[in-house]
Design a protein around this ligand. Structure first.
Ligand SMILES: [Zn+2]
Length: 303
């Protein structure tokens, strides 16, 4: 008996020590798919959901009403809810709060419109994912939306790991459409390396600024490339020692309650915290196609 207990205790301590050193990661998917404009919307949606199920991962989706179109797009979001994934708010028209043309009042109306359309979803959570991760170009807009969120029971759905999956998706889609399947496969490999690289970068920046590795939230989109790559993405992260948790677990990390004092506000929360701490050499925007294009061009992978 005592041997069994000793073994159990040893196993528990090994598990706890490895768990405390593991980097944890959760997956969030923005925008949603539109069957009225994307012929393969339903197939891609099913592929992403079945890959998450096979991997035993609970994720979260942030639909924008303009991106999902009408009822058919909403049905695809309901499929996420039926599979147990939480659903949040990514506004109605997907406009940037950093745009000088968009007022705070119009942005709030945009958030409220999406709220009214999505609130009935069974796994709904009042969490706002800012389009383009832009939280406002002025103090009035930034603090105005923060105040609106507090008064309306909303939490910001910040990300810690930002990336350019949308750009890799553009290239991958164009190559696939052209029948350049060999090049498309190489873009997929480059994309997975890019995600690992960005995760490692933001984790390193977090350790520098917070002194620890937080529970990470990664920004992805519901797109063709992620539909094709998700099993490989999950496998690659697991090989590199990452452990997947649900976004709801990750958002419990106190870092997601922090609101860094930066302007223009937004980007990855780790980036914004680093900016507020005066870390030198941060690029702006933090992620963009311009950083990825030279590599793909040099490897002759652009369509
Ligand atoms: Zn978006």
């Amino acid at each position: 008996m005592s041997t069994i207990l000793r073994t159990l205790s040893l196993l528990t301590s090994v598990f706890l020590s490895s768990a405390s050193f593991a980097q944890t990661l959760s997956l969030t998917f923005d925008d949603g798919l539109n069957p009225d404009t994307q012929v393969h919307a339903q197939v891609w949606n099913e592929e992403i959901l079945s890959s998450l199920k096979d991997a035993g991962i609970t994720a979260m989706v942030f639909p924008s009403l303009a991106r999902i179109g009408g009822d058919k797009g909403m049905e695809l979001i309901m499929d996420w809810a039926k599979a147990g994934h939480a659903v949040g708010n990514h506004t109605s028209t997907h406009r940037s709060l950093a745009s000088a043309q968009l007022t705070l009042a119009d942005f709030i109306a945009d958030v409220e419109e999406a709220d009214a359309a999505l609130r009935h979803v069974p796994t709904w959570l009042p969490m706002l994912r800012f389009p383009y991760l832009k939280e406002g170009d002025t103090l009035e807009k930034r603090d105005g939306i923060r105040s609106w969120m507090r008064s309306n029971g909303y939490k910001p759905a910040s990300v810690s790991i930002d990336a350019s999956d949308w750009y890799y998706n553009q290239i991958y889609s164009a190559l696939s459409r052209d029948g350049s399947h060999d090049k498309a496969a190489r873009v997929k490999s480059a994309y997975i390396e890019h995600l690992l690289d960005r995760a490692s970068y933001y984790d390193g920046l977090a350790k520098q600024v917070l002194g620890r590795s937080p529970s990470h939230v990664m920004l992805l989109h519901t797109n063709e490339l992620n539909a094709a790559s998700l099993p490989d993405i999950v496998a690659a992260f697991r090989v590199h020692g990452w452990v997947f948790v649900s976004p709801q677990t990750a958002f419990d990390d106190p870092i997601y309650a922090s609101q860094p004092d930066t302007l223009p506000a937004g980007e990855s929360l780790i980036w914004a915290s680093a900016k507020a701490h005066g870390v030198p050499g941060l690029r702006y925007p933090a992620e963009d196609s311009v950083y990825e294009e030279p590599r793909l061009r040099s490897e002759a992978l652009l369509p």
